[in-house]
Write a protein that binds this ligand. Structure first.
Ligand code: LLP
Length: 463
């Protein structure tokens, strides 16, 4: 995840400290379209706009910190994924990246399916009108109550994650007089090249059932015997923020091998495979993500080839992108509160949010960029660390980046690519109020998740 130290070019300090940064961009006013959502631009006066609205107006109307979600971009990405995979495959948006009623309606309108992994996500999906048969239910420890609600609602599939769950889901389905469509999640033994906490297909971890040692084959054996279950396929999710397609190829190959073993042992050709989510996005200009059509082509080719070699009918493929759809569509807008130059080190820029609205930097050492958006500036670049207002020094939003040296309190700065796993992982640490999510489209902005209030906090505090 790290870039090389690159101390070159004009700066406020003669010697720059070691860090994960590249040289400052030639012009700090330029917004790289790789990391900013599609309708973001800058007016002739230097103010940044999204969906045709200036961020200064957005800040006045909605306050800061706030997430601004580019609805046109979100919908375009949904369409790019479903067009790339076509009618022979299914795209499930992974709701854990960010879920709200509005998002569910957009997904529905754009023809996508939805992956949920908790009762809360299921409730949001159903409440906003997602047809149950287009919902997949995930999780390594679904409660009986969650399983009951999912089966009763008629979800299209439950992804089984353990031997206990195979029996649990079958019993609940039988009690409800149903036969639940299920997939079995396997771990294929791939070491995905990503942060340890978001890699999920090596064997020493909590998700899925290992292919190794015949565990997954045994799970299939058991599932096929149970009356409450209709086993429709095998699921594999290898991790998150992955750029290299090789891991997906190995995963697809091993899943197809299991399908062939199942056919040989039981005379059953399972009709579906799900290759999970995990496709990386550009957080900085150094990241080069794959386009959905390249991903679809690579996955289709490998599955078709492996199936032909094993003399299997090609199963229906599904994928579960979360970050790749919503991640690039939002930025977080902050107001600068203090600017503190540390001689010979860097300048600390404190904003009105922090690790409560973006925990990813502290948790995964994630890299972000930042830009001055309320005006343009021709001042020299200065090396900054953007920090929040929380009571710990690990409260870092952007570890190393460049902002103009004339940055001052009251300026608005924005961190792009915060659509995924920022609002959904936001917390109330230090009794911070979680920021709103504002959808912007064609010159109109509307709150889709409102800002938390102190009354919201006190309402839960019943002591
Ligand atoms: N499918 C399954 C079964 C998953 O567990 C996940 C993510 C996805 C799909 C979607 O993955 P995506 O396409 O969004 O990478 N909080 C971490 C990411 C955790 C991902 C958990 N599972 C982060 O902020 O990077």
């Amino acid at each position: 995840m790290s870039r090389s130290a690159h101390p070159a070019g004009p700066r406020h300090a003669d010697v720059l400290p070691e860090g994960h940064y590249s040289a400052p961009p030639a012009d700090l006013n330029v917004l790289d379209p790789k990391v900013w959502s599609r309708t973001v631009g800058r007016t002739a006066e230097g103010r940044v706009t999204v969906g045709g609205i200036e961020v200064t107006r957005l800040a006045e109307e909605f306050g800061t910190p706030a997430y601004f979600l580019d609805e046109a971009d979100f919908r375009a990405r949904c369409r790019a994924w479903s067009d790339a995979f076509g009618s022979d495959a299914d795209v499930f948006y992974a709701g854990k990246a960010f879920l709200s009623r509005a998002v569910v309606r957009w997904l529905h309108e754009e023809g996508l399916n939805l992956d949920v992994c908790s009762g809360g996500e299921l409730a949001t999906a159903l409440d906003a009108g997602m047809p149950a048969e287009r919902i997949a239910f995930h999780g390594n420890n679904k409660t009986e109550d969650e399983i009951h609600r999912a089966v009763e609602a008629g979800v299209g599939r439950i992804v089984l994650d353990s031997f206990q769950e195979i029996v649990r889901v079958s019993h609940i389905a039988e009690r409800l007089g149903r036969r639940q469509r299920v997939q079995i999640r396997v771990t294929v033994g791939v070491e995905a090249h990503t942060h340890e906490f978001i890699a999920t297909a090596h064997e020493d971890q909590k998700f899925g059932i290992a292919l190794a040692g015949g565990q997954a084959a045994e799970a299939v054996r058991r599932a096929l015997k149970l009356d409450g279950l209709e086993l429709i396929g095998i699921h594999s999710h290898i991790g998150s923020q992955i750029f290299d397609m090789a891991g997906f190829e190995v995963s697809a190959r091993r899943v197809v091998q299991l399908l062939a073993e199942v056919r040989d042992e039981h005379g059953v050709e399972l009709p579906e495979i799900d290759l999970g989510g995990g496709l990386g996005i550009a957080y900085t200009s150094d990241d080069d993500p794959r386009e959905p059509h390249e991903i679809a082509k690579a996955l289709n080719e490998i599955v078709t080839r492996e199936c032909a070699a094993a003399d299997l009918r090609t199963p229906r493929i599904s994928v579960e992108p979360g970050r790749a759809i919503v991640g690039p569509t939002a930025f977080t807008l902050y107001e600068v509160g203090t600017v503190k130059p540390l001689e010979g080190l860097r300048t600390y820029v404190s904003v009105d949010g922090g690790m409560s609205d973006n925990i990813r930097t502290a948790l995964y050492d994630a890299e972000y960029t930042v830009a001055l958006v309320s005006r343009s500036s021709d001042a020299e670049p200065m090396l900054v660390r953007v920090v929040g207002k929380h009571c710990e020094s690990g409260d870092i939003v952007v570890r190393d980046a460049f902002l103009p040296a004339d940055l001052a309190p009251g300026d608005l700065i924005a961190v792009p690519a915060t659509g995924a796993y920022c609002r959904s992982m936001a917390s109330n640490y230090n009794h911070a109020l979680r920021p709103p999510v504002v959808a912007v489209r064609d010159g109109a902005a509307r709150v889709i998740v409102r800002r938390e209030t102190e009354e919201d906090l006190l309402r839960l505090d019943v002591g």
